[in-house]
Each structure stands twice: as structure tokens, then as C-alpha cells.
Design a binder for this molecule. Structure first.
Ligand SMILES: Nc1ncnc2c1ncn2[C@@H]1O[C@H](COP(=O)(O)OP(=O)(O)OP(=O)(O)O)[C@@H](O)[C@H]1O
Ligand SMILES: [Mg+2]
Length: 350
């Protein structure tokens, strides 16, 4: 959904735990201008809904100030809970004609009232077996949620230009960083509270799924088992606290959730294979903070029998080492993926 015309913008990924801000300049090649992150307290964003806007606004303003960001045009994204992405088949028509009829076409695929959603579409191409039909990617996002994010950004003195969808931002990172990649690739982002899966066939999205799981599950389990606060448990999980939680227990809890997440990914992969039995997923590209959880990559690879690689959204950018600490960027790279996908967005992109 596009709200403004000026082409340059910053990417802002408003995660339920960590807000990330990134800016890329188009000079000779693409240059990283800004990147930074800030944490939110637990419970401020729940299931994609902003429960405490004032806290989020303060966090965004703080990040903008710390990074000395001048640009006010922003691309942000929403996900799963309020978004429906579906590949549909419609009779062949022009883009303008589809524009006029998409509301009607969408009605049968959307479990909400079409009046309550913003609808977007992308014509993928002719249907495989019927030249009179075409495949279309239909995207519907609840107006209520989109407006919540628009209001939030305005309160933070920013200009919301693009409200994108997480899985499309991931796709953009992939397109820009893995240029020669063909065949089937699964992009998986696991954050504090959600997992987005996007399976691409020859760079075209053919399957998406969002699931409510994430790193916060581990933190909550540590907090409840060892009767400490969420922040203490989070610090213990990340090895940043010398407190009462034994390392062995953290590993055991981490591993039990990792194994559940791997099962969740495998179910999605199995579902994909049931629809595309001839195809083979060549690679999983993993992003989100949880990609850094010790042992996750190997466990996921073992569970799915697919090669897993950690996403680095900075890999194709020119980075001035006087302005940016490369070791820091390397250490948080997977967590920055969606943000950098948003930062690469141009207002007039489809
Ligand atoms: N090194 C690490 N080991 C284990 N977990 C980590 C590590 N670094 C970050 N995390 C976890 O990753 C999560 C944050 O990741 P991310 O920033 O991708 O989430 P988010 O975007 O805020 O959340 P969401 O998208 O689910 O709303 C937290 O649960 C954090 O504890
Ligand atoms: Mg996230």
C-alpha cells in the first residue's frame, strides 16, 4: 500500500522485541547510510497489535535521533495476523480491468469483509494449463491494522509511505543479495514472536505461511521456571547475565524449543511438497534474531535435509568502515533482514 510519491525512504521494521531502522543510498551502487536497532519492553506489541503506542513512538524517535536520520519517508511492514496472501486464478484481463474487478474477485478468498481490507495484487503470468486464465498474487491487509501503523509513524513525526508485508521485504533482500540463485529457495525469518516462511520458485513466491512462534518462548520459559523477570531471563538466554540460571538448563530449554520450531518448518516444507511433488527445495535462507540461537542452523538442516544458510542483508551493499562497525553488522545481520528489505524499497516498486 503506497501513500506518497517521493522515491527515497528509510526502512523501519517494528518487531515485537526489536525495532530496526536502515537507510540505503543509491550512489554508484547501493551504499549503507544508516543502520540501528533498539529493544522494546515485552508486551508492548502483541500479535502484531500495538498495545502501547507511546512506548513504541518513544523508541522510534530515540532511534531516529541517535542515528541522526534526516529522511522522514518510511517503509514499514505488517505480517501474518492481519494479512492474507493468496495465489488466485482469474480470467485473462489487463491490469486496469483487474483493478476494477479485484474487489469482487477477492471476496471469495478473504475471510473478512472486503470493506475492511486494503487489497493489492500482482499479476504473475499466464496460467500453466489454460491460456485464457492468469495467476495473480492477491494481498489483503486489514485496514484497522494498516491504520494503526500509519498513525504510529505519524506520531513519531515520520511520513508513512509504504506499508509492506514482511515476506515481500524478505523477498527483496533475497533478490538483491543472491542474484544468481535459481530453483527453489525457502526464506524463513524467526523473530521474538513470529515465523514467516516464503518459498520462492525461480524468484517467484509460491507459498507463504506465518506462524506464532519465536525466541520469546524461550525467555518466557526461563522466567517462569526460575522465577525471574522477563528482562533477567532474556539476559540469561543471551549469556549476558551471571545470574541464577544454570547454563545447562538454558541449553536444554533452548533445544526443546528449537526442536519444536524445526518441526514447524518441516510441516510447512511437507505441505509445499504435497502441492509441488516434483520440486526440490535447494536451500533455506534463515533470518531473524533466532537465526543466531546456538545449534538452530544445524538442527534445522538435519530435520529438513536441506542446506541452511544464515541471511546477510548487507552483503551486496557498499559499507564505509569509518561509519559502520563491520563486526557489529556481521553479528546482527540476520536480525536486520526485513529492515534492509524495506530500506531497499522504492515508493514506485511493485
Ligand atoms: N544470539 C542470540 N541467541 C538466541 N536468541 C537470540 C539471539 N539474538 C537475538 N535473539 C532473539 O531473537 C529475538 C529477536 O529477534 P528479531 O529482532 O528478529 O525479533 P522481532 O523482529 O523483534 O520480533 P517479531 O518479528 O517476531 O515480532 C528475541 O527473542 C531475541 O532473544
Ligand atoms: Mg521481526
Amino acid at each position: 500500500m503506497i501513500f506518497a510519491k517521493k522515491n527515497h525512504l528509510i526502512g523501519l521494521d517494528i518487531g515485537s522485541r526489536t525495532i530496526k531502522l536502515g537507510e540505503v543510498l543509491q550512489k554508484k551502487g547501493r551504499v549503507l547510510q544508516k543502520f540501528g536497532m533498539t529493544d522494546l519492553p515485552q508486551g508492548v506489541i502483541v500479535e502484531g497489535r500495538i498495545k502501547e503506542p507511546a512506548v513504541v513512538v518513544d523508541a522510534i524517535k530515540g532511534l531516529v535521533k541517535d542515528l541522526k536520520v534526516k529522511e522522514q519517508n518510511v517503509a514499514t511492514s505488517v505480517a501474518g495476523y492481519s494479512v492474507i496472501i493468496k495465489r488466485i486464478v482469474v480470467g485473462k484481463m489487463t491490469e486496469e480491468e483487474l483493478h476494477d474487478t479485484i474487489q469482487y474477485e477477492a471476496e471469495q478468498y478473504i475471510p473478512f469483509d472486503v470493506q475492511d481490507v486494503n487489497i493489492d495484487f500482482h499479476i504473475i503470468g499466464e496460467h500453466e494449463s489454460n491460456p485464457n486464465q492468469m495467476n495473480v498474487m492477491l494481498v489483503a491487509a486489514k485496514k484497522e491494522i494498516v491504520n494503526e501503523y500509519v498513525d504510529l509513524l505519524e506520531m513519531a513525526d515520520l511520513n508513512p509511505c509504504v506499508i509492506d508485508i514482511d515476506v515481500f521485504a524478505m523477498e527483496r533482500v533475497f533478490e538483491e543479495n543472491y542474484l544468481d540463485e535459481e530453483g527453489i529457495v525457502a526464506l524463513i525469518d524467526i523473530g521474538a514472536n513470529k515465523m514467516n516462511i516464503n518459498i520462492l520458485k525461480d524468484k517467484m513466491s509460491v507459498f507463504t505461511r506465518d506462524v506464532s512462534i519465536g525466541g520469546e518462548q524461550i525467555t518466557r520459559e526461563i522466567a517462569s521456571r526460575f522465577e525471574c523477570s522477563f528482562e533477567e531471563a532474556e539476559a540469561a538466554k543471551l549469556g549476558k547475565a551471571d545470574n541464577k540460571v544454570p547454563e545447562g538448563d538454558i541449553q536444554e530449554i533452548t533445544y526443546s524449543f528449537i526442536s519444536g520450531w524445526c518441526g514447524e518448518v518441516r510441516r510447512a516444507v511437507d505441505f509445499f511438497y504435497s502441492t509441488y511433488p516434483e520440486d526440490e527445495i535447494k536451500r533455506i535462507i534463515l533470518s531473524g534474531g533466532v537465526a543466531q540461537a546456538p545449534g538452530f542452523l544445524d538442527a534445522l538442516s538435519a530435520e529438513t535435509s536441506i542446506d541452511v544458510e544464515i541471511c546477510n542483508p548487507f552483503q551486496a551493499l557498499t559499507i564505509d568502515e569509518k561509519k559502520h562497525d563491520k563486526n557489529y553488522l556481521r553479528s546482527i545481520a540476520p536480525q536486520a533482514a526485513i529492515c534492509m528489505g524495506l530500506a531497499s524499497r522504492r515508493v514506485d516498486d511493485k
